[in-house]
Design a protein around this ligand. Structure first.
Ligand code: BTN
Length: 332
């Protein structure tokens, strides 16, 4: 039994390594001999896995004497698609990938408590119990979006945790803008396009009084959803609906991860002001009349700035200023 588990693990490792090798050599022929020598895998195993990849939708040419050539990948967010990117430093060094899961944030919490490292990524093609802010549900249909969570172990005090949400919002908006979509950030964590929601962020923190144990950043991006129904119809949108054509989820995912690493490193190095500058350039909240619906009260006024901790500053009609740390914002 133990031996069987070991063989299965080795087979999975071989499979991952072959795919990674093909991805790194996309468009080029690699011979069975080369794969077999470099990865220490039998030719039969290579043949078996190549057939498996083809069944999953990878377009692979097999030519006698030349070998295998990966032409294109299916729309699946396999970890190898991320690992092939050499620019990423800490994000996704460890990835948990699922075809379906309740919620990536819930899974991430369990993994974080079990000691999984900083930068661990949890990805799922579908969530059956996706969570939004304020106890809402987050629709996460199969292969239509990017549903992910990141485990972070930042060296920050608990009151600085909201800064991570701002880092994430900037990274998300930047990745989406690379698609030519002029989205904006609504404080603190919604990515909107023409007032409709394109992406959302759910940051959950486990902390002592003076130190953070871990932070889970959950990100949901509506990429290829073709139709929203019910109450979402008027408030949500997707990249597909904006562009009128399917969008490569892998590209957005990798762009997001790179932007995240870039802005997170600013935060780590004590240069949060650079994140704030970017956030301000991308936001659609400052300068607007807003209504904040908090747990216990509602506040109306003009959102005139955010402070160095990422709190929203509101000037009320009586001229007094309120500092808002959390809540739902409606733009007027
Ligand atoms: C919001 O705007 O209300 C936040 C939405 C966050 C959704 C993402 S999808 C991946 C991660 N797992 C969850 O259950 N929620 C977040």
């Amino acid at each position: 039994m133990e031996e069987e588990i070991l063989i299965k693990a080795q087979d999975k490792k071989n499979k991952n390594e072959i795919l990674l090798y093909l991805l790194n050599n996309k468009g080029k022929y690699v011979s069975g001999e080369e794969l077999s020598e470099k990865l220490n895998v039998t030719r039969t195993a290579i043949w078996k896995h190549i057939n498996g990849f083809k069944k999953l939708g990878y377009e692979i040419d097999s030519v006698p004497r030349l070998g295998y050539c990966l032409k294109s990948s299916p729309d699946i967010l396999y970890p190898e698609e991320i690992w092939k990117d050499e620019e990423l430093k800490f994000l996704g060094n460890k990835i948990y990938y699922y075809e379906s899961i309740g919620s990536t944030n819930e899974k991430a919490k369990i993994l974080a408590v079990n000691g999984e490292p900083h930068g661990t990524l949890i990805l799922s093609e579908k969530q059956t119990m996706g969570k939004g802010r304020m106890g809402r549900k987050w629709e996460s249909p199969k292969n239509e979006g990017i549903w992910l969570s990141i485990i972070l172990r930042p060296n920050l005090s608990p009151e600085e945790a909201p800064k991570i949400t701002l880092v994430t919002a900037v990274a998300c908006a930047k990745a989406i803008r690379k698609q030519g979509i002029n989205c904006a950030i609504k404080w603190p964590n919604d990515i909107l396009y023409e007032e409709k929601k394109l992406a959302g962020i759910l940051t959950e923190i486990s902390a002592e009084i003076d130190r953070i144990n871990h932070v889970i950043v959950g990100v949901g991006i509506n990429v290829n959803t073709k139709k929203f129904t019910g109450e979402l119809e008027n408030i949500a949108t997707s990249l597909y609906l904006i562009k009128g054509e399917p969008v490569d989820r892998k590209k957005i995912l990798i762009d997001f991860l790179k932007e995240f690493e870039y802005f997170y490193s600013k935060l780590e190095k004590g240069n949060f002001h650079e994140v704030l500058k970017e956030w301000k350039a991308l936001n659609c909240t400052i300068g607007r009349n807003v209504k904040i619906i908090g747990k216990t009260k509602e506040i109306e006024g003009i959102a005139f700035d955010i402070d160095g901790f990422g709190a929203l500053l509101i000037r009320k009609n009586d001229g007094s200023v309120e500092r808002i740390l959390s809540g739902d914002v409606s733009l007027r």
